[in-house]
Write a protein that binds this ligand. Sequence first.
Ligand code: SF4
Length: 360
Amino acid sequence: MVMGAAFGLTKELAEETAAVWEKVKDHTTPMEWPVQAALISEINALKKERNAVILAHNYMTPDIFHGVGDFVGDSLALAKEAAKVDAKVIVQAGVHFMAETSKILSPEKTVLIPDLRAGCSLASSITGADVRLIKERHPGLPVITYVNTTADVKAETDICCTSANAVQVVEWAAKEWGVDKVILIPDEYLARNVAAQTSVGIIAWAGHCEVHKRFTTQDIADMRAAWPGAEVLAHPECPEEILQAADFAGSTAAMISYVEKNRPKKVVLITECSMASNIKGDVPEVEFVGPCNMCPHMKRITLENIRDCLLHMQFEVTVEPEMQEKARAAVQRMIDLPPPSKPARYDLVRAKHSVAVELI
Ligand code: SF4
């Protein structure tokens, strides 16, 4: 019998969603599954009807990630996919700045987000007007912004970066501009963690991700005591003392690659907690332990509002054409750089450079 048929699903629906069930069965319940399976089926049919694709971020819940995501990954992977995807409609299963990035890279496509309130504490920490003032204060320095920013901020930017390529972009920009200092905004902790990996000086902004800044070194000590032997992997949006206390630090893609390669018996991922649920199915022998810090903005996206989004073609994300063009240059410049030779690792323990960050 196909798993799921016992939960009140029709035989056809159980068969259609059997592969998804295998991936999500540790993260859902028999009571919820019939509703989720029906929504997954409905969404996949609507995608065909609308000629749509769903770009799902690593922080989506497993029902979305495995059930309806056509392309899944981190911000960099999704941005690249948005640029080349062959469909009329893009549904961004992520937050608003990601939908704007998709629109910037695919202006001819209709970009929808299932909930317009899906924001980001980091993106809302800075505006384009702030960047103009920073440029006035530091003329001649390249401006690098994290992709977790709004389109008006990207439009004031020379080149974007993600946590996967930030060190590479900083070093490229310093060389290209012939300077020994760059502006890297808006994430203060990412800037500090990048500064520890390079001799290029960094001018930073005091923006933070509300999920990653919440972790403390006491949390890590408590986790090591609760789960002896567990390896601790941290995201570079965390404060530097968290990266120092971790066994490995890198972007979400680097964390996934570390787990797949090293297959630790037990692992703690110091990042948004859906990521562990999403990769668990691919590494069944690895036990994921630790707290569950969720991003409230990412969690606004649900199967129900993805279905409604496709059904009613709501909510469209647009970017004013002039801003779109300027922002596209910054994102495209990042995409055009050769991919990092290996997943970016942030080594805060053996960092050779003193962390010289000037906070604006
Ligand atoms: S996890 Fe942090 S950076 Fe990502 S969307 Fe949520 S608040 Fe923003």
